[in-house]
Design a binder for this molecule. Structure first.
Ligand code: ZN
Length: 430
């Protein structure tokens, strides 16, 4: 058989024609195996209807071919997908990251208003912000040449330029332009790439902080249109569990996610249950740790730069609770900062759990609940800053309250800071 080697061919091999009845099982089995082997895991089954077969002398017309595949393949289009691996679901891995935004979820988009902030200015007076005022440089020579083609000069106010001219300035043109300079009367023929295109190229190719800051001056960060800000490749989002893909799950806050996982076993198949058993145990434990430290309102896709100091510290704490290490000394500096008072006890319980599995927890804290709930208090004072630094007391909270130290007096209510009767009036500004 001779086929054109420069074309892509679909080659189908007929392995068997078989009429299905009670005795055909063994033959069907063998034929399917042979077909799977030759088709590298993919087979096509054509069903022939009775009446078509009955017409003698005519070729039976296939009544819709059905594909079967061992790999992940779309039966209609024949597009096949790679076997999923953990890194397909991570935007930190090139296998999972959206190719357009490299897994960042946002891209820089040119903002024309930032490139030309004042349309009343002429190009010579600095209308085009990225290149500033005219200084006789090569770029202005090129712009002057473009002006000759589009009926403007460098003194024309920018808002009087035609749309076509603006388009060429920003996005370049496929036509070559002829640029003449005094020193070269013959002139050069050049392709103008466009100011906006130049900025985009810098954004993509020049990683230096100075260049990136320059680029940011003329662009806006927008949600990546390809992944809609999910940061993941389209293929990763095709995988769903009970109608939800990984991105939809990471958009849920921890308490919602906890609810979703609650009876997931009932919503997946028996086979999936066997696979998921250990994984679900892990996931539930981790969600539990985050709930313990009062982070029920945080979503998994929150960027770390948007977290408060207390939140970040408590997430690290949740990781530590999950690590199940023993014999570790944890030192925390005011972990209750940013935590709502009602969640204080949950945090204290989490710290006690760390202690109970065999660790030591040393907390620097001003919070009353935390001090009272501790096993041992080291009171450092007597005053603040230069007036302190001496160990005033080392005792259990119970013993401490019997003594008459300043801290004890405040804790048992002998002394307190009164709420001021008069408040300073604001100046109206916020
Ligand atoms: Zn993207």
């Amino acid at each position: 058989m001779q086929v054109d080697r420069y074309k892509i061919h679909d080659i189908e091999i007929v392995i068997d024609r078989i009429e299905i009845n009670a005795g055909s099982k063994t033959r069907l089995n063998q034929s399917l195996q042979t077909a799977m082997k030759h088709g590298k895991g993919t087979i096509m089954v054509s069903e022939h209807k009775e009446e078509v077969k009955a017409k003698k002398g005519t070729k039976p017309v296939p009544d819709k071919a059905v594909f079967f595949s061992r790999s992940l393949m779309c039966p209609t289009t024949g597009i096949s997908y790679d076997e999923p691996a953990p890194n397909l679901f991570s935007f930190n891995s090139p296998y999972g990251a959206c190719p357009k935004c490299n897994g960042l979820g946002e891209i820089s988009e040119i903002d024309i208003k930032k490139i030309v902030p004042n349309q009343k200015l002429s190009i010579k007076k600095g209308a085009i912000a990225p290149i500033g005022e005219a200084k006789g440089s090569w770029i202005f020579t090129q712009l002057a040449a473009i002006g000759k083609l589009h009926d403007f000069d460098l003194d024309t106010p920018f808002d009087e330029l035609s749309d076509e001219a603006v388009n060429t300035i920003l996005f370049g043109s496929d036509e070559l332009i002829k640029v003449k300079t005094d020193s070269n009367s013959a002139g050069y023929t050049v392709a103008f790439e466009g100011i906006a295109n130049f900025i985009v190229k810098q954004a993509e190719e020049n990683p230096s902080p100075a260049a990136q800051r320059w680029v940011q001056g003329f662009t806006n960060k927008i949600n990546c249109p390809q992944c809609n800000g999910t940061r993941l490749k389209r293929e990763a989002l095709y995988f769903k569990i009970d109608e939800k893909n990984i991105s939809e799950l990471s958009e849920m806050d921890i308490s919602l996610l906890n609810e979703w996982f609650k009876n997931i076993e009932k919503r997946i198949s028996k086979h999936q249950n066997i696979i998921a058993k250990e994984v679900l145990k892990e996931i539930r434990a981790r969600i539990g740790f985050l709930l313990e430290v009062g982070l029920d309102y945080v979503t998994l896709n929150r960027s770390s730069r948007s977290l408060s100091g207390g939140e970040a510290q408590r997430i690290r704490l949740a990781t530590q609770i999950g690590s199940q290490l023993v014999g570790v000394l944890y030192i925390l500096d005011e972990p209750s900062i940013g935590l709502h008072q009602r969640d204080n006890m949950r945090l204290i319980e989490a710290l006690k759990n760390l202690r109970d599995v065999g660790n030591s927890v040393l907390v620097v804290e001003h919070d009353k609940d935390m001090i009272v709930e501790s096993d041992y208090v080291i009171d450092i004072g007597p005053g603040a800053g230069v007036h302190g630094g001496r160990v005033v007391l080392g005792a259990t909270p119970k013993e401490m309250l019997k003594l008459d130290t300043v801290t004890a007096q405040y804790i048992n209510g002998k002394k307190q800071i009164e709420i001021p009767k008069q408040r300073r009036k604001g100046n109206g500004k916020k």
